[in-house]
Design a protein around this ligand. Structure first.
Ligand code: ADP
Length: 449
């Protein structure tokens, strides 16, 4: 560890490591400080994939998409409240972000669909596995290859400034060893506050008692540090509750399961909502059930296409039956009703017409391949859409809308892009697009000093 770096990056999740790689490529000498014992943050838990439009992989696979469509669907999902400049920048740079990842050996060429979109746009690893682990592994490898220093157990407590300019951080190593590091710029990539129950309950008392899918380092530190320097926040009460979380282990069951064809049924063995609706609407539908939980039901075909299911099985989340009746027994739902539900659904798939709930996507395959499976799920705190206000240069803005010199932020710590509801797959897109931008723009700032 040195006393001085060009750029200090706080947080070794997807946004922080991406920013570090771009800063290094721009000739900078950055350092990454991570408070947990390992790198990865919530990024390593992300499952669905990375949304991007007009990508080379979509073109290769004959998927017709456009940046405008991506923009419109994200805006609709966010209830029209997304920051329009941020959203425009995001969609327009999404394909380049996929190319950049490919250029550093991180290939996301297996494309699926998540709730709230009309075409396959969610890019995941070739083998269809969850995106997070793969992405983090690839980024860590690159960070090592580029010899970017990354310190774990390095908890940043304060961002320092002099004469209105950010000039470094105060950090505590291994819980005891306090150090001051100076720099010309600081990039805050500390993630969200989905594991900070005090902060959540302050803005959303109605979420008391919910489980969280977040890693324990997601405590909103970056937000409070930035507020102390005059930064502002937006949408802090917009907290995404994910509809499909295994409750006992607070473990997210990825949207890919529905994206590859699963349905949701209630305790009566009946469907109750369009499974591919946006996360907020599916959550509301589950919360409206008397039991406030539901079952994801799928067949061996879904299991083979959504690789993440192997992990869920290993963790003991799945129940299984060679027939629908046998599955119903394991689930404790009426067998005849579950059978009718599946027959009706399979007809809807064949006729491409879900007369009951109007689902129009992820209907390519009927659920007919034994064995059959189910996973019991309920809602859990998943993502904090709000956060600090930045512009498309990732400069942190004060209450007058002016950049705070030397202070940059990217990733879940920022607010505005997602508006009131994040579309699954957009956060991985966000950390790469804006992480890159933070690396590039902070380097420009440092060079101009
Ligand atoms: P993003 O998706 O925006 O990159 P992640 O949750 O993946 O966010 O990563 C954020 C990282 O920042 C996590 O690994 C988290 O432990 C780390 N972090 C949070 N607060 C601090 C802090 N005060 N000092 C150092 N690292 C922090």
């Amino acid at each position: 560890l040195k006393d001085n770096y060009d750029i200090v990056i706080i947080g070794a999740g997807g946004a922080g490591m991406t920013a570090a790689l771009e800063a290094k490529a721009a000739g900078m000498n950055p350092v990454i400080l991570e408070k947990m014992p390992i790198a990865g943050g919530n990024t390593s838990k992300s499952s669905s994939g990375m949304n991007a439009s007009q990508t080379k992989f979509q073109t290769e696979q004959g998927i017709q998409d456009s940046n405008d469509k991506f923009y419109e669907e994200t805006l609709k999902g966010g209830k029209g409240t997304n920051n329009p400049e941020m959203l425009r920048f995001f969609v327009d740079n999404s394909a380049a972000a996929i190319d950049w990842l490919d250029s550093i050996g991180i290939r996301l060429n297996n494309i699926t669909i998540t709730g709230g979109m009309s075409v396959e746009r969610t890019h995941r690893p070739e083998d269809g596995s969850a995106v997070g682990q793969y992405l983090v592994k690839g980024l860590v490898t690159n960070v090592q290859e580029q010899q970017i220093p990354l310190f774990v157990n390095a908890d940043v407590k304060e961002i320092t400034e002099k004469d209105g300019k950010v000039n470094g951080v105060k950090v505590v190593f291994n819980g005891t060893d306090e150090k001051t590091i100076t720099s010309k710029a600081v990039i805050v990539a500390t993630g969200g506050f989905g594991a900070n129950f005090d902060m959540i309950e302050k803005v959303r008392p109605d979420l008391a008692g919910y489980v969280t899918t977040n890693q324990e380092g997601s405590t909103g530190d970056g937000i409070s540090m930035i507020e102390k320097l005059g930064g502002t926040t937006v949408d802090m009460d917009q907290i995404q509750v994910h509809p499909t979380v295994q409750q006992e282990k607070s473990y997210l069951i990825g949207e890919v399961v529905r994206g590859e064809g699963a349905i949701l049924v209630n305790a009566e063995g009946k469907r109750f909502h369009n499974e591919m609706d946006t996360r907020d609407n599916v959550t509301a539908a589950i919360n409206a059930l008397p039991e406030k939980n539901a079952w994801l039901v799928f067949d061996s075909g879904v299991k083979s296409r959504a690789k993440a299911i192997e992990q869920y099985e290993k963790m003991g989340f799945t129940v299984q039956g060679d027939t629908i009746e046998a599955l119903a027994e394991k689930m404790g739902v009426p067998a005849a009703d579950l059978k009718t539900t599946l027959d009706t659904w399979n007809n809807a798939v064949t006729n491409k017409n879900d007369a009951e709930f109007g689902r129009t996507t992820a209907m390519d395959n009927a659920l007919t391949g034994a064995p059959y499976y189910a996973i019991k799920i309920g809602p859990g705190i998943h993502y904090t859409m709000g956060g600090v206000v930045i512009n498309t240069n990732t400069e942190v803005l004060n209450k007058d809308g002016q950049p705070i010199p030397g202070l940059f932020a990217a990733g879940e710590v920022t607010g505005g892009l997602h508006g009131q509801n994040r579309i699954g797959g957009n956060s991985v897109g966000e950390i790469i697009v804006f992480g890159r931008q933070a690396g590039v723009k902070s380097a420009e700032f440092v060079k101009a000093q």
